[in-house]
Design a protein around this ligand. Structure first.
Ligand SMILES: NC(=O)c1ccc[n+]([C@@H]2O[C@H](COP(=O)([O-])OP(=O)(O)OC[C@H]3O[C@@H](n4cnc5c(N)ncnc54)[C@H](O)[C@@H]3O)[C@@H](O)[C@H]2O)c1
Ligand SMILES: [Zn+2]
Ligand SMILES: [Zn+2]
Length: 383
């Protein structure tokens, strides 16, 4: 089958790789209809992880079941399904607790597995024609048959639940004010989720015009951090006060004001967003941090950043009595409910999708998404 394969930093190619097979009676093979490119893929694409050439990318996968193993009971050939990016068993202690992002059986020696991602186990990515899905009854979320809501449902694999997770980690409640840093797909979904949860005011910080425009289109207040300190801008708009809650949807590749809007080589300050959140959130508030931080970064700006050790204004955090929560999203905690909001017409997360292209156009889409060119915000590949 054809698949998007990582070649070297800033280069992927569409190549022929082995077709996936049923290796265990609990497996299913899914024919991919949609697979999205994620900001998390860019960390590998830019050579900022330990990912080795040859890895097939793609953890945001949706399609139709082509084949099932003998032990798969609930899912059937022909079912339309979307898979959480987390590969999970359903029976380890973490899965039983709902923490499917930290499954201890699918990636021995590590808590957490995913398709097509470095350090996340042997699971081949789905930016390809077919995908092997283990524990298929657990990992396939069924969808209504047909082609309706294809783009919106594809976002259930990761960014819609992950954005919602950001709001959940921060404990966003009706009537609250929230600052979301990052207007990439995850930040936009976090802002959208805060609004779904009834937040009164949502500020979205970024410096990519098309992304800030999308934030404004859903009723959030865009804040361009190239113009002035985002903390000062938000406090000024709020008569000197900060906000109740804050969400980091940027992660360790955060850049300082004035650096180019192009991804990859820019002036990074890995702790800037965390410290700005500590500054902008009011005493007794909370920080939700779905943005990715890594324990090892080959391109870290200094020796500490290279081992994921960041300097935080912990004194200020303590003094303000702020709560802080982070980690991979446990997609299965939210995906069925968010699916039903899409079906009922109450959520339309696909406003974030800027481009839908063929698998063969994947390499070009990586270049443009990485450079945030031509309004590339969220890209779906169709094999
Ligand atoms: N926790 C999870 O389960 C999970 C899941 C998916 C993605 N992620 C992570 O979430 C983060 C966002 O993902 P994405 O797909 O939206 O990525 P993205 O790269 O498309 O978006 C990041 C955005 O942050 C902006 N940005 C950079 N520096 C900033 C700063 N100082 N202040 C404000 N904005 C700044 C960029 O301009 C960009 O628009 C990534 O780190 C990704 O790895 C985490
Ligand atoms: Zn993703
Ligand atoms: Zn498990």
């Amino acid at each position: 089958m054809r698949a998007v394969v990582y070649k070297e930093p800033f280069k992927v190619a569409v190549e022929n790789v082995a077709d996936p097979k049923i290796l265990h009676p609990n497996d299913a093979i899914v024919r991919i209809t949609s697979s999205c490119i994620c900001g998390s893929d860019l960390h590998m694409y830019e050579g900022r992880t330990a990912a080795q050439p040859g890895i097939v990318f793609g953890h945001e996968n949706m399609g139709v079941i082509e084949e099932v193993g003998a032990a798969v009971k609930e899912r059937k050939v022909g079912d339309r399904v979307v898979m959480p990016f987390n590969v999970a068993c359903g029976f380890c202690n973490n899965c039983l607790g709902g923490f499917t992002g930290f499954c201890t059986t699918v990636n021995p020696g590590f808590a957490g597995g995913a398709y097509g991602y470095v350090s996340m186990g042997p699971w081949v990515g789905g930016q390809a024609e077919f995908l092997q899905v283990p524990f298929a009854d657990f990992n396939c979320l069924p969808l209504p048959a047909g082609t309706e809501h294809e783009a919106a449902f594809a976002l259930l694999a990761d960014i819609f639940p992950t954005g919602y997770h950001g709001a959940e980690l921060a404990g966003v409640k009706p009537g609250e004010s929230v600052a979301v840093f990052g207007a990439g797909p995850v930040g936009l979904m976090a802002a959208y989720s805060c609004l779904i949860r009834g937040a009164a005011e949502v500020y979205v910080v970024d410096h990519v015009k098309e992304r800030l425009d999308m934030a404004e289109s859903i009723g959030a207040t865009p804040i361009n951090y190239d113009t002035a300190s985002p903390v000062d801008q938000i406090k000024e708009l709020r008569g000197g006060s900060g906000v109740d809650k804050g969400i980091d949807a940027v992660g360790y590749q955060a850049t300082k004001a004035g650096s180019s809007a192009v991804g990859g080589e820019q002036d990074e300050v890995p702790n800037i967003v965390l410290n700005q959140l500590i500054d902008v959130v009011n005493p007794t508030g909370a920080l939700g941090i779905p943005g990715l931080y890594v324990p090892s970064d080959p391109g870290g700006v200094d020796a500490n950043a290279a081992r994921g050790a960041l300097s935080l204004n912990f004194g200020q955090l303590f003094e303000k009595g702020l709560k802080l929560a982070t980690g991979q999203c446990n997609v299965k905690q939210y995906n069925a409910q968010l699916r039903d909001l899409i079906i009922s017409g109450k959520a339309k997360p696909d406003f974030v999708v800027s481009h839908e292209v063929s698998l063969d156009e994947g390499p070009d889409a990586y270049v443009k998404f990485d450079r945030r060119e031509d309004g590339y915000t969220k890209v779906i590949l169709h094999p």
